[in-house]
Design a protein around this ligand. Structure first.
Ligand code: OGA
Ligand code: MN
Length: 285
């Protein structure tokens, strides 16, 4: 079957049909997939049941695979696969249960944030549990020239503990971070506007989850500008909302998108995903 590429929305996203990702991508298929990733930022592959090994191999075509910061939710066959899951085993969730229920870009709190992430849906609820993606190229491009000039050379602080303080600490069963855990994720700074290494386009690179302030501004000034940018970047016309089908594999670009999980499903229904994370480079202006 020939490869078919169908756009999934006005803002971003495409579905690639006709590929079995458990097989090596022969001929120029890898190049086609790479180009589609640059063009659409979210790629959806239907009907993929990859073993942990196969998912790590596929993600390895795009960069080095990085294990997740949180321990205890790795796949038992391969620690590079992280489990996002509400499925319980012996009264404990098998994976991270309330993952990503706020706009964020994966690992933006690290000096080398994630290039991209992949989720392969093993089990999904009958309804709900979508994942939303916001196009940060469009968010940048639709700013006024005056705002673009204001933020052109600014750096923002990214801090994992910010998400912990504002989001995670309100979730059930999340004890406060220990000092030892905090030491592993000291705050980092990244440019507010980053140039994508493959497309050459500029994208906004701040997110409500992890961006804690703007370097050189008071907390109030930074917060006001960030709140504006967050509201602007999440306008409906910049968003693709993915409604999962069983066995979907979704691959997204963290360098030009934010994403968030939508927690509107019945927790009695299993939602179980395998996730691979791909190391990126240091964001540059
Ligand atoms: C993630 C994430 C969202 C979801 O895996 O990085 O944010 O919908 N997941 O599970
Ligand atoms: Mn995420």
């Amino acid at each position: 079957m020939a490869l078919e590429i169908n756009r999934l929305g006005g803002a971003l996203g495409a579905e690639l049909r006709g590929l079995d990702l458990s097989d090596p991508l022969g001929g120029n298929l890898l190049e086609t997939v790479r180009q589609a990733f640059v063009d659409h930022s979210v790629l959806v592959f239907r009907d993929q049941t990859l073993t942990p090994e196969q998912l790590v191999t596929f993600s390895g075509l795009f960069g080095e695979s990085v294990p997740h910061l949180l321990e205890g939710f790795q796949h038992e066959e391969n620690p590079k696969i992280f489990l996002i899951s509400n499925v319980q085993e012996d009264g404990k969730p098998k994976g991270a249960i309330y993952a990503g229920q706020y706009w964020h870009s994966d690992l933006s709190y690290m000096p080398l944030p994630a290039l991209g992430s992949m989720l392969n849906a093993v089990e999904i609820p009958k309804t709900g549990g979508d994942t939303m993606f916001a196009n940060m190229y469009l968010a940048y491009e639709t700013l006024s020239d005056t705002m673009k000039t204001l933020i052109a050379d600014l750096q923002a602080m990214h801090d994992y503990t910010h998400a912990y303080d504002t989001v995670f600490s309100k979730l059930p069963g999340r004890p406060p971070m220990t000092e030892a855990e905090k030491m592993k994720v000291p705050p980092v700074t990244h440019p507010i506007v980053r140039t994508h290494p493959d497309s050459g386009r500029k994208a906004l690179y701040v997110n409500p989850g992890f961006t804690a302030g703007i370097v050189g501004m008071t907390e109030d000034e930074g917060r006001a500008i960030l709140e504006f940018l967050f509201a602007h970047a999440t306008r409906p016309e910049f968003i693709y909302r993915h409604q999962w089908q069983p066995r979907d594999l979704v691959f997204w670009d963290n360098r030009c998108l934010m994403h968030r999980a939508v927690a509107d499903y019945d927790m009695a229904e299993p939602r179980h995903m395998h996730r691979a994370t791909i190391q990126g480079d240091a964001p540059h202006q």
